[in-house]
Design a protein around this ligand. Structure first.
Ligand code: IPE
Ligand code: IPE
Ligand code: MG
Length: 246
Protein backbone atom coordinates (compact mmCIF):
# COMPACT_ATOMS: atom_id res chain seq x y z
CA UNK A 1 0.00 0.00 0.00
CA UNK A 2 1.14 3.52 -0.81
CA UNK A 3 2.78 5.42 2.02
CA UNK A 4 3.53 9.11 2.53
CA UNK A 5 7.29 8.42 2.35
CA UNK A 6 6.80 7.15 -1.22
CA UNK A 7 5.66 10.56 -2.51
CA UNK A 8 8.25 12.49 -4.51
CA UNK A 9 8.82 15.89 -2.93
CA UNK A 10 8.93 17.80 -6.18
CA UNK A 11 5.72 18.60 -8.01
CA UNK A 12 3.43 18.42 -5.00
CA UNK A 13 0.02 20.07 -5.32
CA UNK A 14 0.36 23.42 -3.55
CA UNK A 15 -3.39 23.75 -3.07
CA UNK A 16 -5.42 20.59 -2.50
CA UNK A 17 -9.19 20.87 -2.26
CA UNK A 18 -11.47 18.03 -1.21
CA UNK A 19 -15.22 17.46 -1.56
CA UNK A 20 -15.72 15.17 1.42
CA UNK A 21 -18.76 13.19 0.31
CA UNK A 22 -20.47 9.94 1.29
CA UNK A 23 -20.91 10.10 5.09
CA UNK A 24 -24.64 9.38 4.86
CA UNK A 25 -24.32 6.41 2.53
CA UNK A 26 -21.45 5.00 4.60
CA UNK A 27 -23.71 5.00 7.68
CA UNK A 28 -26.71 3.62 5.78
CA UNK A 29 -24.63 0.70 4.53
CA UNK A 30 -24.00 -0.18 8.17
CA UNK A 31 -27.65 0.19 9.13
CA UNK A 32 -26.89 3.35 11.13
CA UNK A 33 -28.19 6.89 11.15
CA UNK A 34 -26.53 9.53 8.91
CA UNK A 35 -25.19 11.27 12.02
CA UNK A 36 -22.98 8.23 12.69
CA UNK A 37 -21.46 8.80 9.27
CA UNK A 38 -20.71 12.45 10.02
CA UNK A 39 -19.09 11.53 13.34
CA UNK A 40 -16.80 9.10 11.55
CA UNK A 41 -16.19 11.64 8.81
CA UNK A 42 -14.64 13.92 11.42
CA UNK A 43 -12.05 11.22 12.20
CA UNK A 44 -11.08 11.15 8.53
CA UNK A 45 -10.75 14.94 8.51
CA UNK A 46 -8.33 14.77 11.42
CA UNK A 47 -6.19 12.11 9.74
CA UNK A 48 -6.17 13.80 6.32
CA UNK A 49 -5.19 17.16 7.82
CA UNK A 50 -2.21 15.60 9.60
CA UNK A 51 -1.24 13.61 6.51
CA UNK A 52 -1.28 16.77 4.39
CA UNK A 53 1.06 18.58 6.78
CA UNK A 54 3.40 15.58 6.68
CA UNK A 55 3.30 15.51 2.88
CA UNK A 56 4.02 19.21 2.64
CA UNK A 57 0.75 20.49 1.15
CA UNK A 58 0.67 24.26 1.80
CA UNK A 59 -3.08 24.84 1.34
CA UNK A 60 -5.81 22.34 2.13
CA UNK A 61 -9.42 23.39 1.49
CA UNK A 62 -12.25 21.17 2.71
CA UNK A 63 -15.85 21.43 1.53
CA UNK A 64 -17.49 21.10 4.92
CA UNK A 65 -20.98 22.58 4.50
CA UNK A 66 -22.52 24.03 1.34
CA UNK A 67 -25.15 26.77 0.98
CA UNK A 68 -27.43 24.00 -0.34
CA UNK A 69 -26.83 21.82 2.74
CA UNK A 70 -29.01 24.24 4.76
CA UNK A 71 -31.94 22.48 3.05
CA UNK A 72 -31.23 19.20 4.84
CA UNK A 73 -33.42 18.04 7.75
CA UNK A 74 -33.11 20.37 10.74
CA UNK A 75 -31.71 17.64 13.00
CA UNK A 76 -28.91 16.83 10.56
CA UNK A 77 -27.97 20.51 10.16
CA UNK A 78 -27.90 20.92 13.94
CA UNK A 79 -25.71 17.86 14.34
CA UNK A 80 -23.26 19.10 11.73
CA UNK A 81 -22.99 22.47 13.50
CA UNK A 82 -22.54 20.76 16.86
CA UNK A 83 -19.80 18.55 15.41
CA UNK A 84 -18.10 21.62 13.97
CA UNK A 85 -17.97 23.34 17.36
CA UNK A 86 -16.77 20.27 19.27
CA UNK A 87 -14.07 19.41 16.70
CA UNK A 88 -12.74 22.95 16.58
CA UNK A 89 -12.48 22.96 20.35
CA UNK A 90 -10.66 19.63 20.33
CA UNK A 91 -8.35 20.41 17.43
CA UNK A 92 -6.91 23.76 18.50
CA UNK A 93 -4.01 21.98 20.22
CA UNK A 94 -3.32 19.81 17.15
CA UNK A 95 -3.40 22.86 14.90
CA UNK A 96 -0.78 24.61 16.98
CA UNK A 97 1.32 21.46 17.37
CA UNK A 98 1.34 21.01 13.58
CA UNK A 99 1.77 24.72 12.80
CA UNK A 100 -1.60 24.88 10.97
CA UNK A 101 -3.42 28.15 10.36
CA UNK A 102 -7.21 27.88 10.27
CA UNK A 103 -9.09 29.87 7.65
CA UNK A 104 -12.69 29.86 6.38
CA UNK A 105 -14.53 30.69 3.19
CA UNK A 106 -18.28 31.08 2.86
CA UNK A 107 -21.07 33.10 4.36
CA UNK A 108 -19.88 32.74 7.93
CA UNK A 109 -22.53 35.13 9.23
CA UNK A 110 -25.15 32.48 8.38
CA UNK A 111 -23.68 30.06 10.93
CA UNK A 112 -25.10 29.76 14.46
CA UNK A 113 -23.32 32.25 16.73
CA UNK A 114 -21.66 29.49 18.80
CA UNK A 115 -19.98 28.03 15.71
CA UNK A 116 -19.00 31.46 14.42
CA UNK A 117 -17.47 32.40 17.76
CA UNK A 118 -15.49 29.18 18.01
CA UNK A 119 -14.23 29.59 14.45
CA UNK A 120 -13.08 33.16 14.97
CA UNK A 121 -11.34 32.17 18.17
CA UNK A 122 -9.43 29.26 16.60
CA UNK A 123 -8.56 31.42 13.58
CA UNK A 124 -7.19 34.11 15.88
CA UNK A 125 -5.20 31.61 17.94
CA UNK A 126 -3.60 29.98 14.88
CA UNK A 127 -3.03 33.04 12.73
CA UNK A 128 0.78 33.00 13.13
CA UNK A 129 1.11 29.36 12.01
CA UNK A 130 2.90 28.81 8.72
CA UNK A 131 3.18 25.12 7.77
CA UNK A 132 -0.27 24.81 6.17
CA UNK A 133 -3.40 26.90 5.72
CA UNK A 134 -6.46 24.76 6.41
CA UNK A 135 -9.53 26.38 4.89
CA UNK A 136 -12.99 25.15 5.86
CA UNK A 137 -15.67 25.97 3.32
CA UNK A 138 -18.69 26.62 5.53
CA UNK A 139 -22.05 27.78 4.27
CA UNK A 140 -20.07 28.05 1.05
CA UNK A 141 -21.49 28.23 -2.45
CA UNK A 142 -19.45 29.26 -5.43
CA UNK A 143 -22.35 31.06 -7.09
CA UNK A 144 -23.07 33.02 -3.94
CA UNK A 145 -19.36 33.90 -3.72
CA UNK A 146 -19.37 35.18 -7.30
CA UNK A 147 -22.62 37.05 -6.71
CA UNK A 148 -21.19 38.85 -3.70
CA UNK A 149 -17.97 39.67 -5.60
CA UNK A 150 -19.96 41.15 -8.48
CA UNK A 151 -22.03 43.19 -6.07
CA UNK A 152 -18.94 44.60 -4.33
CA UNK A 153 -17.26 45.44 -7.63
CA UNK A 154 -20.43 47.10 -8.94
CA UNK A 155 -20.61 49.18 -5.78
CA UNK A 156 -16.99 50.30 -6.26
CA UNK A 157 -17.69 51.19 -9.89
CA UNK A 158 -20.68 53.24 -8.80
CA UNK A 159 -18.48 55.10 -6.32
CA UNK A 160 -15.70 55.65 -8.86
CA UNK A 161 -13.25 53.43 -6.97
CA UNK A 162 -12.86 51.06 -9.93
CA UNK A 163 -13.44 51.90 -13.57
CA UNK A 164 -15.17 49.22 -15.68
CA UNK A 165 -12.28 49.02 -18.21
CA UNK A 166 -9.95 48.01 -15.40
CA UNK A 167 -11.96 45.00 -14.24
CA UNK A 168 -9.71 42.03 -14.88
CA UNK A 169 -9.11 38.55 -13.44
CA UNK A 170 -6.98 39.94 -10.61
CA UNK A 171 -9.71 42.34 -9.49
CA UNK A 172 -12.30 39.57 -9.63
CA UNK A 173 -9.97 37.27 -7.67
CA UNK A 174 -9.45 39.93 -5.04
CA UNK A 175 -13.17 40.07 -4.35
CA UNK A 176 -13.64 36.33 -3.81
CA UNK A 177 -13.52 34.63 -0.40
CA UNK A 178 -10.37 32.89 -1.67
CA UNK A 179 -8.46 36.13 -2.34
CA UNK A 180 -5.55 34.96 -0.19
CA UNK A 181 -5.36 31.45 -1.63
CA UNK A 182 -3.65 30.27 -4.81
CA UNK A 183 -5.70 28.47 -7.49
CA UNK A 184 -6.54 24.84 -6.77
CA UNK A 185 -4.04 22.31 -8.18
CA UNK A 186 -5.81 19.10 -7.29
CA UNK A 187 -9.49 18.54 -6.48
CA UNK A 188 -10.50 15.22 -4.96
CA UNK A 189 -14.11 14.09 -4.56
CA UNK A 190 -14.93 10.96 -2.62
CA UNK A 191 -18.10 8.78 -2.74
CA UNK A 192 -18.16 8.03 -6.47
CA UNK A 193 -20.14 11.14 -7.49
CA UNK A 194 -18.68 12.93 -10.50
CA UNK A 195 -19.79 16.47 -9.89
CA UNK A 196 -18.60 19.76 -8.42
CA UNK A 197 -21.74 20.71 -6.42
CA UNK A 198 -21.11 24.47 -6.46
CA UNK A 199 -17.54 24.29 -5.08
CA UNK A 200 -14.82 26.77 -6.15
CA UNK A 201 -16.02 27.12 -9.75
CA UNK A 202 -13.68 29.99 -10.55
CA UNK A 203 -10.70 28.58 -8.65
CA UNK A 204 -10.69 25.13 -10.28
CA UNK A 205 -10.40 26.46 -13.84
CA UNK A 206 -7.16 24.50 -14.33
CA UNK A 207 -7.28 22.07 -11.40
CA UNK A 208 -6.69 18.38 -11.95
CA UNK A 209 -9.81 16.43 -10.96
CA UNK A 210 -9.67 13.12 -9.11
CA UNK A 211 -12.80 11.12 -8.31
CA UNK A 212 -12.62 8.12 -6.01
CA UNK A 213 -15.32 5.56 -5.32
CA UNK A 214 -14.79 5.43 -1.56
CA UNK A 215 -17.06 7.00 1.05
CA UNK A 216 -15.41 9.78 3.05
CA UNK A 217 -15.19 7.89 6.40
CA UNK A 218 -13.22 5.15 4.59
CA UNK A 219 -10.84 7.53 2.83
CA UNK A 220 -7.41 6.89 4.30
CA UNK A 221 -3.72 7.66 3.97
CA UNK A 222 -3.13 5.28 1.08
CA UNK A 223 -6.02 6.76 -0.92
CA UNK A 224 -4.58 10.23 -0.40
CA UNK A 225 -1.10 9.10 -1.42
CA UNK A 226 -2.55 7.39 -4.50
CA UNK A 227 -4.35 10.59 -5.50
CA UNK A 228 -1.21 12.70 -5.14
CA UNK A 229 0.93 10.21 -7.05
CA UNK A 230 -1.68 10.15 -9.80
CA UNK A 231 -1.59 13.96 -9.90
CA UNK A 232 2.21 13.92 -10.16
CA UNK A 233 2.00 11.74 -13.26
CA UNK A 234 -0.25 14.13 -15.15
CA UNK A 235 0.93 16.73 -17.61
CA UNK A 236 -0.60 20.13 -16.88
CA UNK A 237 -0.49 21.95 -20.17
CA UNK A 238 -2.56 25.08 -19.40
CA UNK A 239 -3.55 25.28 -23.05
CA UNK A 240 -0.05 24.81 -24.46
CA UNK A 241 1.38 21.85 -26.36
CA UNK A 242 3.54 19.20 -24.69
CA UNK A 243 6.59 20.40 -26.62
CA UNK A 244 6.22 23.91 -25.25
CA UNK A 245 6.51 22.65 -21.70
CA UNK A 246 10.05 21.30 -22.02
C1 IPE B 1 -20.80 14.68 3.07
O1 IPE B 1 -21.52 13.49 3.18
C2 IPE B 1 -21.00 15.58 4.27
C3 IPE B 1 -21.79 16.80 3.97
C4 IPE B 1 -22.28 17.13 2.82
C5 IPE B 1 -22.02 17.70 5.09
P1 IPE B 1 -23.07 13.42 2.85
O2 IPE B 1 -23.83 13.77 4.06
O3 IPE B 1 -23.39 14.22 1.64
O4 IPE B 1 -23.25 11.88 2.53
P2 IPE B 1 -24.07 11.25 1.33
O5 IPE B 1 -23.56 11.88 0.08
O6 IPE B 1 -25.50 11.55 1.58
O7 IPE B 1 -23.75 9.79 1.39
C1 IPE C 1 -21.20 18.54 -1.41
O1 IPE C 1 -21.80 17.35 -1.08
C2 IPE C 1 -21.06 19.41 -0.19
C3 IPE C 1 -20.12 18.93 0.81
C4 IPE C 1 -19.33 17.89 0.71
C5 IPE C 1 -20.03 19.75 2.01
P1 IPE C 1 -23.38 17.12 -1.25
O2 IPE C 1 -23.65 15.73 -0.79
O3 IPE C 1 -24.11 18.20 -0.58
O4 IPE C 1 -23.56 17.27 -2.83
P2 IPE C 1 -24.69 16.72 -3.79
O5 IPE C 1 -26.01 17.12 -3.20
O6 IPE C 1 -24.55 15.24 -3.83
O7 IPE C 1 -24.41 17.33 -5.11
MG1 MG D 1 -23.42 13.86 -0.34
Amino acid sequence: MDKIEDIAKHNLPIHLAIIMDGNGRWAKEKGKHRVFGHENGVKTVRAVVENCVQIGVKYLTLYTFSTENWNRPKLEVETLMRLLVSSLRKELKTFNKNNIRLNTIGNISALPSKARKELLEVMEKTKENTAMTLTLALSYGSREEIQSAVREIAFKVKNNIISPENIDETIINNHLYTQNLPDVDLLIRTSGEHRISNFLLWQIAYAELYFIDVFWPDFSEHHLVEAIKNYQNRERRFGKTSEQLI
